[in-house]
Design a protein around this ligand. Sequence first.
Ligand code: NAP
Ligand code: MG
Length: 485
Amino acid sequence: MTSQCLNVVQLPTDLFIGGQWINSISQARIEVFNPSTQQIIASVADASLDDAQAAVDAAAKAAPAWAATPARARSEILRRCFELMTRDKERLATLISMENGKSLNDALGEVTYAAEFFRWFAEEAVRIEGDFSRSPSGLARTIVQYEPIGIALLVTPWNFPAAMATRKIAPALAAGCTCILKPATDTPLTAYLVAEILAEAGVPDGVVNVITTRASGKVCSQILDDDRVRKLSFTGSTEVGRVLLRKAADSVVNCSMELGGNAPFLVFDDADIDVAVEGAMIAKMRNGGEACTAANRFYVQRGIAAEFSKRFAERMSALRVDDGAKAGTQCGPLINASAVEKVASLVDDAVSKGAVVLTGGNSPDRVGYFYSPTVLINVPANADLLKEEIFGPVAPIVVFDHEDEAVDAANATEYGLVAYVFTGDIARGMRISERLESGMIGLNRGIVSDPAAPFGGVKQSGLGREGAHHGMLEFMEAKYISVNW
Ligand code: NAP
Ligand code: MG
């Protein structure tokens, strides 16, 4: 157990503005709970509108020097961020487990993934290329160069408290932007610890500012109303995403939105069943099901359905459900009480409409916000959990006969973040991948997240991409210079 490597008392919990740790002007605090124990672990500052103003001022003050810092120097600092996050991996993972509830194993995986964004964007920072051409008329030369877009507001969810922050901070800094991060109120501590590490790595004062607040709506509105703020990068629910897109319209702020998902997981008769069950465990249970990429609906072809369901249910029922920060835990609690209520009501709805529970289907009788790993079969098409994000350890299985039926069912949603396809016939896999309305496809793989690949959704799962070279361009504007020489 690694909780010895974390002294909660020494954690930064004040606002991080202009390189200073400061309590909010109002002195108000927000309590942070451990969902495994329901105990308070710390409290963080509750930023007011004046604090938000100070954060924008700090980001504006730091902006010209950061934009003018040579790309190589920015790259070196980002590289150092990667190294220090890797050095502090255990400490960060323990904190993530404590405030989010996910297993230490999942938390360590998250920290590795989170740190990789710094390594990747350290490499991208020195590859900001432009274009040169002669205009078709022959009258001008066309030069296109990419410039930092300006101050960025970064708003992140609680399910990956480190990775969702670094997936935005690293490309923003690589592009030459300064930023204000507003992490989720359920998991603020990780963001502050990341900020402390970035400061140690040499990120100049004011380049990254972090503020937590109970008044997310008002604080973000005020920041977006400031003309100096030119970018909003949001990860969270589609519902809040819509609110922020409307708000950003007032000052025509450029938006990148990573929103909700409802991932279909398709298994064909010709799939390698071991690979499919392993993929299902990863796609469903990474983060205990609390991932936008979590497999939400399993469509399994009739010939393999009984065997797949049986083996998947065996694996799910064998998971060790316990305190996330305890060594050996495979499935921690959900984030809070309302998450458990939502998951339970989705399962009850499906069962009332005819679904059959193969394993789970209830909350274990213990302290903490737990729900048992659950597999449901005979799930009818009108069950709510096929339409909504479950965001918990519940796998509903639906049987299909024909390829078209599976593709139509998979596409029958307003979401389009990720889809998983398992088949032994790679030509079929490619054909189906091209027909699925989804920003990302896992073909015979239960995980797609990779800092070097463009992450993002189509339809109401979002706008823009994070990671890859695309991620940095989201923080840049193209400037075109028409030259007569
Ligand atoms: P959420 O409720 O939408 O919150 C996300 C962030 O927005 C939090 O920081 C939240 O602050 C803030 N927020 C809430 N209302 C706001 C408002 N009116 N104005 C400005 N900010 C506001 O989402 P969540 O429950 O934290 O996270 C789960 C959701 O995130 C799921 O839908 C999941 O699919 C999605 N997600 C998507 C991706 C992706 O890459 N596509 C990745 C991870 C998660 P408070 O905490 O203070 O409410
Ligand atoms: Mg929330």
